[in-house]
Design a binder for this molecule. Structure first.
Ligand SMILES: [Zn+2]
Length: 454
């Protein structure tokens, strides 16, 4: 009852604001209201954000549904019905990562507008994209022109914790919401300003996470009288073996394009080597040198395994019966995770040692030969003539894998231009977005949509 009263109040407030026609163009205002809704995951509480966005859709008369995967974990689905051509899904996530206010210049959930920037957690990741999607949906709806395909707006919960209560849950429980989809637009890449040079990336694939826990067991006891095969000794031995596992580096076409784009400004010998990445992967020494030069570039060429967590005894003088390590492996996107898991199990095998996978995705690459990819490319070409637009391999992961695994093309692209410093706000301190980017994003996104729906 209280909830209904609250939504009605929001609706009245919204309709009141709606009398001012400028509000529909006020990306900054919509974004600031959105950031002020605290959706730090955990606990997420995305339902407050879903209701906020729904109120706007309600006011416009756009069909929508709120779907709760668990108490407070709201997802919002909305649709503009179009013709029979495969639909386009605009997806963003409503949850954000936490923010340590003591390290921020402005409070992370006040969404202050200072010197042409909106400051707040979610300004880049991923609430601004949500507002671009929402405003484009509203603009198309207001035009009222027939669309040749459905346009679906999806705001999901739980991306920051793996998406099982967000898009993973929706695809499982309500697969019909995703019928006849031709392309998904999600976060992943954007425009980048590096040393004054502009380029755009469209993420078409990601490294595949293979998260592992290695557990070692052995006799427990007092540290003053150690035995021969303690759990910790066995674990250290297993980790040493893992460190020696060699993954053959390979040059995927998407990685080759990316490396070549870094050749132009690279000092010798990298200027030449990056033009022909095969020269790098041929030699273990050159691969090691590339990792020293730029670890982000070397990660494009090979599987990696990083030891991130260790746990054993809680007391210095007690030998634990169990010790464990967690390893974050990231595989090239066409890799077979089962094969790599077997390879690692064989390599670290020993008495008392077990390996358990904690998270693993199937392979998935989306082809640039798709109406959405081509529309992004063509809109960028007309706005920014001569600026390179490249398919990208993302070393991290987003919700896009849920679609790619099911054979639905997904593209990671936010229509904004970010410097290295801007990007550091994502999951970091002082996240913010410029008003220029808000205007650019709103405009380009609508242009892209107009190109694919009429
Ligand atoms: Zn994100």
């Amino acid at each position: 009852m209280r909830k209904r009263w609250f939504s009605s109040l929001l609706l009245i407030l919204y309709l009141f604001c709606r009398m001012d026609p400028a509000i529909s163009d006020d990306t900054a205002k919509l974004l600031r209201d959105y950031i002020q809704l605290n959706t730090v995951n955990p606990p997420g509480n995305e339902i407050i954000a879903a209701r906020y966005l729904a109120t706007i859709l309600e006011g416009e008369g756009i069909e929508y549904e709120i779907l709760e995967s668990a108490p407070g974990r709201g997802n919002l689905w909305a649709r503009l019905k179009g013709g029979s051509e495969p639909g386009i899904l605009l997806m963003h996530h409503m949850d954000v990562v936490s923010a340590d206010a003591s390290r921020w210049q402005y409070p992370p959930f006040e969404a202050r507008l200072v010197n042409g920037r909106v400051h707040g957690r979610g300004a880049l990741d991923n609430k601004s994209a949500g507002i671009f999607h929402l405003q484009a949906l509203v603009a198309l709806h207001r035009k009222g022109k027939p669309l040749k395909r459905d346009v679906i707006f999806l705001a999901v919960a739980d991306e920051e914790a793996g998406g099982q209560l967000g898009v993973g849950w929706l695809l499982d429980k309500r697969p019909e919401l995703f019928d006849n989809l031709g392309a998904v637009l999600n976060e992943g890449s954007s425009g980048a300003l590096t040393q004054g040079k502009l380029s755009f990336g469209i993420e078409v694939t990601q490294k595949l996470p293979l998260w592992l826990r290695i557990t070692a067991e052995g006799p427990s006891g007092h540290a003053s009288v150690p035995q021969a095969h303690s759990a910790t000794a066995r674990l250290v031995e297993a980790l040493n073996k893992l460190d020696k596992v060699f993954f053959e580096p390979r040059v995927l076409p998407v990685a080759a394009d990316y490396l070549r784009s870094h050749a132009r400004d690279a000092p010798p010998p990298w200027g030449e080597l990056l033009k022909t990445p095969e020269l790098i992967t041929q030699s273990r020494a050159t691969m090691a040198a590339l990792k020293q030069y730029d670890h982000r570039l070397s990660a494009q060429l090979t599987n990696t395994c990083t030891l991130t967590r260790l746990e054993a005894s809680g007391k210095i003088n007690v030998i634990a019966a169990k010790a464990m390590a967690e390893i974050d492996c990231r595989l090239l996107p066409d890799e077979n995770p089962g094969r790599i898991l077997e390879k690692i199990k064989r390599a670290v095998a020993g008495e008392g040692i077990s390996v358990k996978p904690l998270l693993s995705f199937g392979p998935g690459v989306s082809s640039p030969d798709n109406f959405l990819y081509k529309a992004i490319e063509s809109r960028l070409a007309s706005r920014f003539p001569g600026v390179p637009v490249m398919p990208r391999l993302n070393a991290g992961f987003t919700d896009s894998h849920f679609f790619r695994e099911r054979g639905i093309p997904a593209y990671g692209f936010s229509p904004v231009i970010l410097s290295k410093e801007d990007k550091s706000g994502t999951h970091g301190d002082n996240e913010n977005i410029t008003l220029d980017n808000l205007n650019l994003g709103r405009e380009i996104l609508l242009e892209i949509l107009q190109e694919v729906v009429y």
